[in-house]
Design a protein around this ligand. Structure first.
Ligand code: TEU
Length: 548
């Protein structure tokens, strides 16, 4: 056991690596990644000295939203493998001192879930319908939806059922795709089902859960109409003020219950909220001592490339989480956002969820984006708290900005009739071996989203061979972070630097990021830097250095 994984509060300083199963490693050649593929690559992954992996959903699902539409919470979809494959993956992870976090999707099920099918069949007013948000329509003959809410993926958030005889029927709420009906969390039955689901996976040895849409489960009583402010982009999840479907106070009772369920299995199991909530002082409610252990910090992810914005995001996060005794988390990329190697090469980047495609102009500046991405990652890995990485970022992988419309799969692309490209560009299967079919992702070379030919240079084997490559930087920084205990340290801001420099000390290490446009003098003692080795004692723009 490493220092960090042995402790019951291991998560306070952990580096957690997100695996997106469909795009990580494909063992059977069908072009979709799977659990045996992950197990086979875990030894290589553990060389990064990460503490844990988080797996995006691998459950039984029609895959209308890449598995975030779950049809059976307690089984593995055949395209990803079997429960035995999952058990083997957990055993293999334990052998390698890696903890395993899985994704829980409690806001909605798939419309293929037997709970929803039974509810549809049982008809209006039945107990089965009370598990979901079915309502009669408004207007003459109920032809208008029950309220004006819009789906996060575009279009109305309500769909009307048609009875077996063709008669129009009740409507059901889906904040996301039409195939993702929202559960009704005022129903105690729903609570009981999820307690059982948590226990099912905890018994199989998982260390925790990343909780999908953790701010959305409870809706305001009466489901009142709501119109987002005019300047709000459609994909935004963080509209300010009282939004009747986000951050309603009732969600916290659910997480207190779950906290107790996890505690039955020991002090070291965790919940991590995916909650797009602002301000940070409100997000801190999710990580009060009797609720979740972690919450993703999207304020840091969304900060533009500006030293004051980055400093404020760091300071505000540390302060907000500290008021409830929680450790902050840091993240720069995931399967829903434009990869930071591309995002930071755009000014401004597209709003969250919008994505980049063939029609986007101008395209990201790839070299600048990667340089800044490495600089911001090195800054992030020096911060106290937990850090999340998204598969491929350690290779310097950019967003795929040239995916053909015909290849796209994100429901957001279809529901907006192509007005929003969506999230496929960050989900393309990752390259392992430059000269193998499918860059080693799949033995047949098949890939559910096509891989750009120029990705050979990002392949892991090429990166391994590059002394100043991105992979080497990640490995060195994570090793140093661990040895120097930066994850459990504290930020002490350094004064005397220009406003466009982010400079702080954490324990014995000085961290300096040049977010400006001119070189700055650097004290001696660089132990790792985000660029080629520094010449002279100057830090160029868009570079971070650690000194000790
Ligand atoms: O995401 C919900 C979410 O908060 C957004 O990032 C959302 O995906 C984006 O705004 C759409 O443009 C979670 C999952 O991470 C995402 O992959 C799922 O699609 C979504 O929930 C529904 O389960």
């Amino acid at each position: 056991m490493t220092d960090s994984t042995a402790k019951s509060d291991w998560w306070r300083s952990a580096v957690i690596y997100q695996i997106y199963p469909r795009s990580f490693a494909d063992s059977n050649g069908d072009g979709l990644g799977d659990l045996p593929g992950i197990s086979a690559r875990l030894p290589q992954l553990s060389e990064l000295l990460i503490d844990a992996v988080w797996l995006s959903p691998f459950y039984t699902s029609p895959q209308r939203d890449a598995g975030y539409d779950v049809a059976d919470y307690c089984d593995v979809d055949p395209v990803f493998g079997t429960l035995d494959d999952f058990d083997y993956l957990v055993a293999e992870a334990k052998r390698l001192d890696l903890r395993v976090i899985i994704d829980l999707v409690p806001n909605h099920t798939s419309s293929d879930h037997v709970w929803f099918r039974d509810a549809v069949a049982a008809g209006p007013g039945s107990p089965e319908r009370s598990h979901y948000l079915f309502r009669d329509g408004r207007g003459v003959d109920g032809t208008e939806p029950p309220n004006n809410w819009q789906s996060v993926f575009g279009g109305p958030a309500w769909t009307r059922l048609t009875g077996p005889d063709g008669t129009p029927e009740q409507w059901y709420l889906h904040l996301f795709d039409v195939s993702q009906p929202d559960l009704d969390w005022t129903d105690p039955w729903v609570h009981e089902q999820f307690h059982d689901i948590l226990r099912f996976w905890l018994r199989r040895g998982v260390d925790g859960f990343r909780v999908d849409v953790a701010h959305g489960l409870v809706k305001k009583v009466g489901l009142p109409d709501y119109s987002p402010p005019a300047d709000d982009d459609s994909a935004s999840m963080t509209a300010p003020g009282d939004v009747p479907y986000w951050a309603q106070p009732g969600v916290h009772k659910i997480y207190r219950e779950w906290h107790s369920v996890l505690a039955e299995f020991g002090p070291d199991r965790i919940l991590c909220a995916e909650a797009w909530v602002e301000p940070l002082s409100k997000l801190a409610d999710w990580v009060r001592p009797d609720e979740m252990q972690q919450a993703f910090n999207f304020r840091f992810l969304e900060a533009p490339w500006s030293a004051p914005a980055i400093r404020d995001a760091i300071a505000d996060s540390i302060e907000a989480f500290d008021t409830v005794g929680a450790a902050p988390t840091w993240v720069l990329s995931n399967h829903d956002v434009v990869r930071h190697a591309s995002r930071l090469g755009m000014n401004p980047p597209p709003p969250q969820g919008v994505g980049i495609g063939r029609g986007t102009e101008p395209k990201p500046d790839a070299a600048l984006g990667l340089r800044r991405a490495r600089a911001e990652t090195l800054l992030m890995l020096a911060l106290p708290g937990g850090a999340y990485l998204y598969q491929g970022e350690e290779l310097g992988l950019p967003e795929d900005t040239e995916l053909a419309d015909s290849a796209r799969q994100d429901p957001a692309f279809y529901r907006t009739h192509g007005a929003v490209y969506g999230r496929d560009g960050c989900r393309v299967p990752i390259p392992w071996e430059a000269d193998a079919p499918g860059f080693g992702f799949s033995p047949t070379g098949k890939s559910w989203l096509p891989q750009p030919a120029e990705w050979a240079r990002f392949a892991r084997d090429r990166q391994e061979a590059e002394p100043n490559g991105t992979l080497r930087m990640y490995r060195d920084a994570i090793a140093l972070r661990r040895d120097l205990k930066l994850g459990s340290g504290a930020v002490e801001w350094l004064t005397g630097y220009a406003d466009d420099i982010v400079a702080f000390r954490n324990g014995a290490v000085t961290i300096i990021s040049n977010v400006g446009e001119t070189r700055v003098a650097l004290p001696a003692g660089t132990i790792v830097q985000s660029s080629e080795p520094l010449s002279g004692r100057e830090l160029p723009p868009n570079v971070t250095a650690w000194l000790a």
